[in-house]
Design a protein around this ligand. Structure first.
Ligand code: ATP
Ligand code: MG
Length: 471
C-alpha cells in the first residue's frame, strides 16, 4: 500500500512557497502601481496649476482651461490671500478649508502636494485628490493667493481596480501553475524515496544483488551510495556465513568418518569379551588395543573439536620420526577382524629398520583409511602393506587384489562424496565417499604425495611418498 504522507508534505511545502512568493510580488506591484498612478496625477495637476499661474490667472484663460479639463473632471479653483474663493465667481463666498499649517506653508511659498479630501469646496460629498500652489505679485513678490486643482479619486481608483482585477486573474492562473509544479516536484522527490524503499525491501527479502543508479548530485544520491555499500557488505557477510556453515558441515562429516573406525574396533572387541569369544591369552592384548584406540579417539576429539581450528581450517601436525613396521603391525591387528570377514589376508612387507617422519595419529588415519578401502573392495584376496626407504623419502605401497577402479573413474575417486558404485551398500565400512578426500588432504599437509594405479578386475596399488626428516 502506498503512503501519501510525505508526498502531501512536499506538495504543501512547494505550494506554500510559490503562493507566498506570488502574493508578495503581487502586493509590491500593486503598491508600486498605486504610488505611480498618484504621482502621475499629482504631476499632471501641478502642470495645470503652473500653467495657470504663469498665465497670470486671466479669467478667460481659466474658463478655457476649465472647459477643456471638464471631460477629465478636473476642477480649477483660485483663492485670494484671505483664503476666499475668487474663481469660479459665486454669489456666496467660500473658503478653501485648508488647515492653518497648510495655509502657513502656502504663504511661505511652499506647494502642497497631493492630498485627499472628502468634500469639495461647496460642501458636496466628493472624494477629491487635490494640490495647492501659491502665487505672488509679479514685482514685489507678496503672497496674493493660491490655486487648487482637484481630480476625483474615483478616476484614479478605477485605473487601480482594473489593475487589481488583472492581477487577480494572473494570480489564479499562477496558482494553478503552482499546484501543477508542486505536484511534479513532490512526485519527483517521492519517487526517489520509493526507489530506495523498493531496494530496501529487496535486501530485506535476502537478495543482496542490488545496485542503485547514482548521479552524485545530492543527499539522496549519497544515501543511494551508502545503500549500495550496505548491500555489498551484507552480501559479503552472508557469503562468509555460508562459507563457515559449509566448512562446519564438512568438518562434522570428517570427524564422524574418522571416529567410526576406532569405535567399530572397540565395539567389536567388547562384543568378543561380552560373549567370551576371545581366548584368555589374547584378552590382555584386546584390552590394550581398546585402550590405544580410545586414547586415539580422545586425541582426535581434543585436537579437532577446537572451534577456532574449525573456523580457520587449521590442522597442526606434530611430526616425529617413528618405526613403520610397528605401526603397520598395530593397524593390521586392528583391522584383522574386518579382513577376516571378507576372507582377505593382510600381509606386511617391510624391513624393521624403516622409519617414517609424520604426525603419528594422522599417519595411522591415512593408512587405516586406505587399508579399509582395500578390504572393502576385495574378496578372498590379499592386501599388502609395503614399506621402503631411500635417502630422501619413505615409500609406502598399499596393494590389493580386489575389483580395481575403472580408468574413467580414477580421477574422481579423490572427490568428496564420490563413489564408483553408488548402489553398493556397505554399512559396515565406507559409505560416505569421504575417506580418500580426507586422505589426500592429510597427505598434502605432510608435504607428501599419493598416487594410484589400478587395473579393473585385478587390483589397485596406492603409492605414498613421505619426505624424511631434515637434519
Ligand atoms: N582399493 C580400492 N579398490 C577399488 N576401488 C576403490 C578402492 N579405494 C577406493 N575405491 C573407489 O573410490 C571411491 C572413493 O573411496 P572413499 O574411501 O573416498 O569412499 P568410500 O570408501 O566409498 O566411503 P568412505 O567415506 O566410508 O571411505 C570408492 O567408493 C571406490 O569406488
Ligand atoms: Mg573409504
Amino acid at each position: 500500500m502506498m503512503k501519501f504522507n510525505y508526498f502531501y508534505q512536499q506538495v504543501a511545502a512547494f505550494f506554500i512557497v510559490i503562493i507566498v512568493m506570488l502574493i508578495i510580488m503581487g502586493f509590491s506591484f500593486l503598491q508600486f502601481s498605486k504610488n505611480t498612478t498618484y504621482k502621475n496625477t499629482e504631476t499632471q495637476l501641478y502642470g495645470y496649476a503652473q500653467a495657470l499661474v504663469s498665465g497670470d490667472l486671466q479669467k478667460n484663460q481659466l474658463d478655457t482651461g476649465q472647459l477643456i479639463l471638464k471631460n477629465q473632471e478636473v476642477t480649477l479653483t483660485v483663492f485670494n490671500s484671505d483664503d476666499l474663493m475668487i474663481y469660479p465667481e459665486t454669489v456666496k463666498t467660500y473658503k478653501s478649508g485648508v488647515s492653518k499649517e497648510d495655509f502657513e506653508k502656502l504663504v511661505k511659498g511652499q506647494r502642497i502636494s497631493l492630498t485627499t479630501r472628502q468634500t469639495d469646496f461647496y460642501g458636496n460629498d466628493r472624494q477629491l485628490a487635490i494640490i495647492y500652489l501659491p502665487f505672488f505679485t509679479k514685482n514685489s513678490n507678496i503672497f496674493s493667493g493660491f490655486v487648487a486643482v482637484s481630480s476625483p479619486i474615483s478616476g484614479i481608483e478605477a485605473t487601480l481596480t482594473a489593475l487589481r482585477n488583472n492581477l487577480f486573474t494572473a494570480f489564479l492562473f499562477s496558482s494553478l501553475g503552482a499546484i501543477l509544479l508542486s505536484l511534479l516536484f513532490a512526485k519527483y522527490q517521492v519517487n526517489r524515496i520509493n526507489r530506495l524503499r523498493t531496494a530496501t525491501h529487496t535486501v530485506a527479502s535476502g537478495n543482496f544483488d542490488i545496485h542503485l543508479e547514482n548521479n552524485h548530485k545530492d543527499e539522496f544520491d549519497d544515501l543511494a551510495e551508502d545503500f549500495n555499500l550496505m548491500a555489498e557488505s551484507l552480501k559479503a557477510s552472508q557469503e562468509e556465513i555460508e562459507h563457515q556453515e559449509n566448512r562446519r558441515r564438512q568438518f562434522m562429516a570428517d570427524v564422524a568418518h574418522e571416529m567410526r573406525t576406532p569405535l567399530t574396533t572397540i565395539n567389536g572387541l567388547l562384543e568378543g569379551l561380552k560373549y567370551d569369544m576371545i581366548p584368555d591369552n589374547q584378552k590382555k592384548r584386546s584390552v590394550e588395543l581398546m585402550h590405544n584406540e580410545s586414547k586415539r579417539l580422545i586425541r582426535l576429539v581434543n585436537e579437532n573439536l577446537d572451534y577456532e581450528k574449525i573456523r580457520s581450517n587449521q590442522i597442526f601436525l606434530h611430526k616425529q620420526t617413528f618405526n613403520l613396521k610397528e605401526t603397520f603391525e598395530m593397524i593390521v591387528e586392528q583391522l584383522s577382524l574386518k579382513a577376516a570377514i571378507e576372507k582377505n589376508k593382510l600381509v606386511i612387507d617391510c624391513s624393521p629398520t624403516i622409519e617414517i617422519y609424520a604426525d603419528y595419529d594422522r599417519f595411522v588415519q591415512i593408512i587405516v583409511n586406505l587399508t579399509q578401502n582395500a578390504i572393502q573392495f576385495t574378496q578372498c584376496g590379499e592386501i599388502r602393506l609395503i614399506g621402503m626407504m631411500d635417502a630422501r623419502q619413505t615409500v609406502i605401497k598399499l596393494s590389493d587384489t580386489g575389483i580395481g577402479i575403472d580408468p574413467k573413474e580414477v580421477e574422481s575417486i579423490w572427490e568428496r562424496y564420490f563413489k564408483a558404485d553408488v548402489s553398493r551398500k556397505n554399512t559396515v565400512y565406507g559409505e560416505s565417499g569421504l575417506g580418500l578426500a580426507i586422505v589426500q588432504q592429510l597427505v598434502n599437509l605432510h608435504g607428501a604425495t599419493i598416487s594410484v594405479e589400478s587395473i579393473k578386475g585385478e587390483g589397485t596399488v596406492f603409492t605414498l611418498r613421505f619426505p624424511l626428516e631434515k637434519e
